[in-house]
Ligand binder design. Structure first.
Ligand SMILES: [Zn+2]
Length: 253
C-alpha cells in the first residue's frame, strides 16, 4: 500500500518550476482554509495547535503552521518549510517547539501526508479517563482499532525522542490521544485529517455524555462497525465534507 502511494506521489510530481510553485501555492491555500475550518469547529486553544503537509515534490520536507498565531491566521507568508530533523529550511516565522510530532510521524508513515495536533476539550477529557474510544456513535467507527494512546507525559513534545514516541503510539492507526494534552490526527489529504480531527472530538463527546448518563448499552458487533468504517473512510467522504466546511467558513467571512 505504501509503495502504491509513493508511486502516486511521484506520478503527480510537478515537472517544471512553474508547476511546482502552483502546487505549493494550492497546498498552502488548503492549509489556510483548514486552519479556519478547525477554528470554526472549536479546535482552537489560543495560538496552540498546528497543521502540516508533506511536499509532494520533496516528501522529506513539509509545510507547517508557525508559532504565535492562531490556526485561523495562517497566511501564504508565514507557512514554514521544515526538514526531517525539524529544522526550518524556508520561512522566517517562529517554529512550534512541537514540530517533532510532525517530523517523526512523516518519517514513520510514508502514507501520511497531513498531521494535525490540537487540544480539543472532549478528546482530552476522554484521554484523562485512560479509557479508549468506544463506538457509541458513527464517528467512533472511523477510529475503530485505529486510535493510539500516548501516555509518557503531559508536557509538550519538544524532542525527536518524544516525537518518535508519539509516532510509535500512532503505529498504523489514524490518530493518537495524548493523555491529558490533546490529539494528533493524520490523513493522506488535508481533508481527511481535518474531518478526522472533528469526528474524533465528536465521538469523544458522545461517549462522555453516554457514560455520564449511566451504563451505556454494548456496542454493535465488529462486523457491523467494520461495515460503517469502510463506508466512512472512502476518500470522497472526507473531500465532500471538508469542501462543505470550507464553503461554510467562507460564507461566514
Ligand atoms: Zn500540544
Amino acid at each position: 500500500m505504501i509503495n502504491r502511494k509513493s508511486a502516486n506521489r511521484k506520478s503527480t510530481r510537478p515537472t517544471t518550476r512553474a508547476g511546482q510553485r502552483a502546487t505549493h501555492r494550492s497546498l498552502k491555500e488548503q492549509l489556510i482554509l483548514a486552519g479556519k475550518v478547525l477554528v470554526a469547529e472549536g479546535q482552537d486553544d489560543f495560538t496552540r495547535g498546528h497543521i502540516s503537509f508533506r511536499l509532494p515534490d520533496d516528501p522529506n520536507l513539509f509545510f507547517m503552521k508557525a508559532h504565535s498565531i492562531g490556526l485561523d491566521e495562517i497566511t501564504m507568508q508565514n507557512i514554514l518549510t521544515i526538514d526531517p530533523e525539524g529544522n526550518v529550511v524556508a520561512g522566517t516565522a517562529r517554529r512550534h517547539s512541537e514540530v517533532y510530532i510532525h517530523s517523526e510521524i512523516f518519517k514513520a508513515r510514508p502514507d501520511v501526508n497531513c498531521v494535525i495536533h490540537t487540544h480539543p476539550t472532549y478528546s482530552i477529557a476522554l484521554s484523562a479517563t485512560g479509557r479508549g474510544l468506544k463506538c457509541y456513535s458513527q464517528p467512533g467507527a472511523l477510529f475503530y482499532e485505529a486510535l493510539g494512546s500516548y501516555t509518557d507525559t503531559i508536557n509538550l513534545i519538544r524532542s525527536q525522542a518524544m516525537g518518535a514516541g508519539v509516532a510509535r503510539a500512532l503505529g498504523k492507526g489514524r490518530a493518537v490521544l495524548l493523555k491529558n494534552h490533546g490529539v494528533v490526527v493524520t490523513g493522506a489529504t488535508i481533508a481527511e485529517a481535518v474531518i478526522g480531527t472533528i469526528m474524533l472530538e465528536n465521538g469523544a463527546m458522545v461517549q462522555l455524555l453516554a457514560e455520564a448518563a449511566g451504563d451505556p448499552a454494548p456496542e454493535f458487533s465488529r462486523a457491523d462497525i467494520e461495515k460503517l468504517k469502510a463506508d466512512i473512510t472512502q476518500p470522497e467522504q472526507f473531500t465532500i465534507n471538508f469542501d462543505y466546511l470550507v464553503r461554510r467558513v467562507k460564507r461566514r467571512g
